[in-house]
Design a protein around this ligand. Structure first.
Ligand code: TYM
Length: 336
């Protein structure tokens, strides 16, 4: 791992799927490689579905704040907003011109989102901009949840195609980055038990959500549908609460819940109360940090400014190479 890049959309509240599937690993990687761990709030991606211009600046700030509260320390790692480094869009355009339409139309995320929203061309081009994000920094590793793996595969394809067309095999311009997945939390399920936790599905536990709202949502969340009465034995394998215990509780608790649920030794309400306490143990310090950052907003904005400064230098070097490789006339070509 020499350089790592990953991103998150500022489209709403950051949830425990984002935290466990991605941000928590980003913080660990930062401990190993410092500034070369680059994390981005991808605001240009957020406008590929209809958005409210008046709330986007706040959402971008909030996303940065939540990431910092959840463990990203801008004194160690690099954190920035995508639109502050314009080269993302420039490389995105170059890759757009080189990417077959069919590659984009078969992306699962595009198919899902185009059912929910009117199709803007930006939604189709979304993975091309994502490839530009990663390749602009020649990152070798991309820590993400499982839902992003297809996009990273396409990124590899885009890098390979670009190298083949515009560079020599001995001196490729772009590396082929690898996705890195936390197998324990690659696909955190939603509270409704109907698939992965996702902002668009309204089935989230927000990292910065108040304790009582989290509890209200957990309290009414479905468990094993076969377990109707308190005395019915349950099957933890089909219960989202058990999946969450595996993510938040220690192994003794997980073992106890597993055994006691199966023999109706513990009821769903008690199981949920125990879970709530363990979730809160993780979220409480994050929320305390978020509160501190809200009182010191310049710590967030300063981090974004210096993050963008660091990234711009790398991005400009890459773009110079790319412009030359694809045959653009240098701006200073009239000078001797
Ligand atoms: P986004 O904003 O949807 O999610 C941010 C990260 O959280 C992960 N994630 C999950 N992991 C486990 N379980 C879940 N339920 C869950 N939900 C979300 C995502 O996999 C992701 O790692 N396209 C990206 C943003 C992006 C990007 C990039 C990522 C733009 N450019 C370059 C990596 C590299 C996205 O929409 O993430």
């Amino acid at each position: 791992m020499k350089r790592v890049f990953s991103g998150i959309q500022p489209t709403g509240e950051i949830h425990i799927g984002n935290y466990l599937g991605a941000i928590r690993n980003w913080a660990k990687i930062g401990d190993q490689i410092g500034k070369e761990a680059i994390f981005c709030i991808v605001d240009y991606h957020a406008i590929t579905i209809p958005h409210d211009a008046s709330s986007l600046p706040r959402l971008t700030f909030e996303a940065a704040l939540a990431n910092m509260a959840a463990g990203l320390d801008p004194n160690k790692i690099t954190l920035f907003a995508q639109s502050h480094v314009r080269e993302h869009v420039e490389l995105g355009w170059v890759f757009t011109t080189q990417t077959p339409l069919g590659d984009l139309e078969r992306m699962t995320q595009f198919k899902d989102k185009s059912e929910q929203h009117s199709i803007l061309s930006g939604l189709l081009m979304y993975p091309v901009l994502q490839a530009a994000d990663i390749l602009l920094y020649k990152a070798d590793t991309v820590p993400v949840g499982e839902d992003q793996v297809q996009h990273i595969e396409l990124t590899r394809e885009i890098a390979r195609r670009f190298n083949y067309r515009f560079a020599s095999p001995e001196a490729p311009i772009f590396p082929e980055p690898k996705a890195s997945i936390d197998t324990g939390a690659a696909r955190v399920p939603g509270l409704d038990g109907a698939g992965k936790m996702s902002k668009s599905k309204n089935n989230t536990i927000g990292v910065l959500e108040p304790k009582d709202t989290i509890w209200q949502n957990i309290r009414v969340a479905p468990t094993d549908p076969q377990r109707i009465r308190r005395t019915d034995p349950g099957n933890p394998e089909v219960c989202v609460m058990f999946a969450y215990h595996k993510l938040f509780s220690n192994s003794d608790t997980v073992q106890m819940v597993d055994t006691e649920c199966r023999r109706a030794g513990i009821g769903c309400v008690d199981c949920k109360k125990l879970l709530m306490e363990n979730i809160w143990q993780t979220l409480e310090p994050i929320q305390a940090k978020a509160e501190y950052l809200r009182e010191h907003p310049s710590e967030v904005t300063d981090a974004l400014v210096s993050g963008a400064d660091f990234c711009r230098t790398i991005a400009q070097d890459t773009m110079q190479e790319v412009r030359q490789a694809i045959g653009l006339l240098p701006l200073d070509s009239r000078r001797p």
